[in-house]
Design a protein around this ligand. Structure first.
Ligand code: AMP
Ligand code: GLY
Length: 425
């Protein structure tokens, strides 16, 4: 079978690497891809915003499955366009992708379905938002409703900060995404991510991970897309995972199906493990980046089979995907300046020397310039290793990081710190 993979980051490199191991794969195409993905796929120019163009490409190249990496094409309705002409696609339709595309949509759905999450209020105007603030304690969380590249969340410690955040959003700091806001009660606890496949009806747990969102060591500094992750997240015990399935994932799938917007793809649930139990922070309608890299490295099954069964509504009776027992950890190497303006064009060398003892380097923002691999984005490489526990996987990942030459890049040196501390006992 021929497959078209959309996207260009480390997430898509991990998906391409895993898809390429499938005996069912004939030819993999990736648009636009990156130099790492090029080892597994033919890179092609297909604009995901041009739905007719994607369909024409699929027909010309006998594509049997389209795998959508990032959220934007899903929120833009590419899933609907492909399904309408009978091309299987991994990723939800537009209405179901609102789970990521509109934070207010998700909060309202949680309320209807009785799913545990932070108390909230939606506001469509600055006046309504300012009037609602005194009803919340401090800190309070202010969120732009729409897609804001992970940046539309402000945790305000004081009333003045909260008012400033509201003003900023309605003045357009996050563009159209901030034309409507969600005000939320602040939850405390440890964060973890949980993934589940859903084919519209049936849900299958797909493992857990923990990301590190802040740019600086000790979880300090500005938020990023994620500086490193590991899987599994042992804080999500088997018992807690069952609660997440029963109290969050299954009711979400059931409610969406009952309301005529069945969800097909992967649920990426951001969770807060509070004293009262796991609560939903937010949903994403795609795999996490870099969480996908650690999930794919642990997956002990044919990814193509799984994604196709999801796309074709055949998950019923399927056992949950098998994951290897070991821990996988990935360290993001970013270009200097990230998450602000990253320095482009810095040379990267010695990747092959880093890929020993099972270590794997996924490309994110890289490019080939005159035959030299260079940085071409904020997050540049995802250096991934496996071990019996987080401590061992972390040691392997940093050995690989230290073998790489990337003078204009940096990484956090403490990925996995919470778990390393726990393992030390
Ligand atoms: P989100 O983009 O919704 O995942 O939010 C980004 C980050 O903000 C999350 O990973 C949390 O660390 C934090 N956050 C969001 N909502 C809340 C909340 N209600 N209480 C506490 N922290 C939150
Ligand atoms: N790493 C967080 C995300 O993919 O949204």
């Amino acid at each position: 079978m021929n497959v078209l993979l959309l996207g260009s980051g480390g997430r898509e490199h991990a998906l391409a690497w895993k898809l390429a191991q499938s005996p069912r794969l004939s030819k993999l195409f990736a648009a636009p891809g990156n130099p790492g993905i090029a080892a597994h796929a033919a890179l092609v120019e297909v604009d995901p915003a041009n739905h007719d163009g994607v369909i024409a490409f699929c027909r010309e190249n006998a594509i049997g499955l389209v795998v959508v990496g990032p959220e934007a094409p899903l929120v833009d309705g590419l899933g609907n366009a492909l399904r309408a002409v009978g091309i299987p696609v991994f990723g939800p339709d537009q209405a179901a992708a609102q789970l990521e595309g509109s934070k207010g949509f998700t909060k309202d759905l949680c309320q209807r379905a009785g799913i545990p999450t932070a108390g909230y209020l939606r506001a469509q105007s600055r006046e309504d938002a300012l009037a609602a603030l005194p009803g919340f304690g401090l800190p309070v969380v202010i969120k732009a409703d729409g897609l804001a590249a992970g940046k539309g969340v402000i945790i305000a410690e004081t009333a003045a900060e909260a008012e400033a955040a509201v003003n900023e959003m309605f003045e357009g700091a996050f563009g159209a995404a901030g034309a409507s806001v969600v005000i939320e009660e602040f939850m405390t606890g440890e964060e973890a991510s949980f993934f589940a496949l859903c084919d519209g009806k049936t849900v299958l747990p797909f493992g857990s991970a923990q990301d590190h969102k802040r740019v600086g060591e000790g979880d300090t500094g500005p938020n990023t897309g994620g500086m490193g992750a590991y899987s599994p997240a042992r804080v999500l015990t088997a018992e807690l995972q069952q609660r997440v399935m029963d109290e969050i994932i299954t009711p979400t799938a059931r409610t969406m199906a009952a309301e005529g917007t069945p969800y097909s793809g992967v649920f990426f649930a951001g969770l807060m493990l509070t004293a009262e139990g796991p609560k939903l922070i937010e949903y994403n309608a795609r795999f996490g980046d870099p969480e996908c890299q650690v999930l794919m490295t642990r997956l002990d099954e044919d990814l193509l089979d799984l994604l196709l069964a999801t796309a074709e509504g055949r998950l019923e009776g399927h056992t949950p995907p098998k994951m290897r027992d070991e821990v996988t950890l990935t360290v993001v190497m970013a270009a200097n300046g990230y998450p602000g303006t990253p320095e482009k064009g810095g040379a990267i060398g010695n990747i092959e020397a880093a890929e020993v003892d099972g270590a794997k380097v996924f490309h994110a923002g890289t490019a080939l310039k005159d035959g030299v691999l260079v940085a071409n984005g904020g997050r540049v490489l995802n250096v991934t290793a496996t071990g019996a526990n987080v401590t061992a996987a972390q040691a392997g990942a940093y050995r690989a990081v230290d073998a790489i030459n990337f003078a204009t890049g940096f990484c956090r040196r403490d990925i996995g710190w919470r778990e390393v501390e726990r393992e030390r006992g």
